[in-house]
Design a protein around this ligand. Structure first.
Ligand SMILES: NC(=O)c1ccc[n+]([C@@H]2O[C@H](COP(=O)([O-])OP(=O)(O)OC[C@H]3O[C@@H](n4cnc5c(N)ncnc54)[C@H](OP(=O)(O)O)[C@@H]3O)[C@@H](O)[C@H]2O)c1
Length: 266
């Protein structure tokens, strides 16, 4: 299994391309010759990235400034993508909130589910029939180690990433033999704007330096994993330890431990 060969009329779509892992995914795919559709809300950043990648790698780079948590804006993008020859879809945009659900802003929690779960589902549903018909395509879904386990004080994020993790691994199995593949990227801590967006600057101090991986490493491992047709990519040693503990430690044990940890984050 390998990635579809880049061709002038095909596109690789990267959501969350204005920052962090998404910017690194866009760079890595452009380096391999893919022309891009870059998606996020901050148009100025997308424009700067598109110009840079087009100049450096000679690819075409289109931008779509879309709030993927908005159903109307998202539907327009899905309609467009369903009619285009999409070779690669990286469902990567996402954000987290921390704190007790009872006191959370309901609108922000709702936005999180729309972005981290429903938009991933909608975009996948938009491109999948065309990919299967052409017998070629690759989908990456950025879930998280948080999706393997309960997340007290990080409940909506953990639940939304459980959806992403399970969707990706289910599709991986379902698509066997179709020429289309789906890979889960399930990172632990990655140095990006994640903590800033979640309004938890403490997180950057709480997790010791060597346990972080860079956005470039996460993206490089994700693209290598897609190229190899892997089911799940977990970048870095700490994330691998988190994965084993999240999946195999008794929930009665890990729940209270994570509750204590996440309370310190806010
Ligand atoms: N960093 C970590 O430690 C870590 C760990 C596990 C999983 N992840 C996951 O990795 C993915 C990438 O995050 P990151 O770490 O690279 O964080 P980041 O630097 O904050 O990037 C998040 C990206 O999502 C985009 N985004 C946010 N809200 C959006 C919206 N409503 N509509 C469209 N785009 C939106 C942002 O762009 P705009 O603000 O311009 O819209 C940005 O490009 C996320 O799914 C995250 O949950 C991260």
């Amino acid at each position: 299994m390998s990635l579809p060969t880049p061709a002038p009329g095909t596109r690789a779509v990267v959501t969350g391309a204005s920052s962090g892992i998404g910017t690194a995914l866009a760079d890595g795919l452009a380096r391999r010759g893919y022309s891009l559709i870059l998606v996020a809300r901050r148009e100025d950043r997308l424009r700067e990235l598109a110009d840079r990648l087009a100049a450096r790698y000679g690819v075409e780079a289109e931008i779509r400034a879309v709030d993927l948590s908005d159903r109307g804006e998202r539907a327009k993008l899905c309609d467009e993508l369903a009619d285009r020859d999409i070779a690669v879809l990286c469902n990567n945009a996402g954000f987290a909130t921390y704190g007790e659900l009872a006191t959370a802003d309901p609108a922000r929690e709702h936005q999180q589910v729309e972005l981290n779960s429903v938009a991933v589902h909608d975009l996948t549903l938009a491109v999948l029939p065309g990919m299967v018909e052409r017998g070629a395509g690759a989908i990456l879904i950025t879930g998280s180690t948080a999706g393997n386990q309960p997340g007290p004080n990080n409940a909506t994020y953990a639940a939304s990433k459980a959806f992403a993790n399970t969707l990706a691994e289910s599709l991986h199995g379902e698509l066997a033999g179709t020429g289309v593949q789906c890979t889960l990227l399930a990172p632990g801590p990655v140095r990006t704007e994640y903590a800033e967006a979640a309004e938890v600057p403490n997180l950057n101090r709480m997790v010791p330096g060597p346990l972080w991986v860079s956005a470039e490493q996460a993206a490089a491992e994700a693209i290598a994993g897609m190229t190899a047709g892997r089911r799940r990519v977990v970048p870095g040693v700490f994330a691998k330890v988190q994965t084993v503990s999240g999946q195999y430690a008794p929930r009665a044990l890990i729940g209270p431990i994570l509750r204590t940890v996440y309370r310190k984050v806010t």
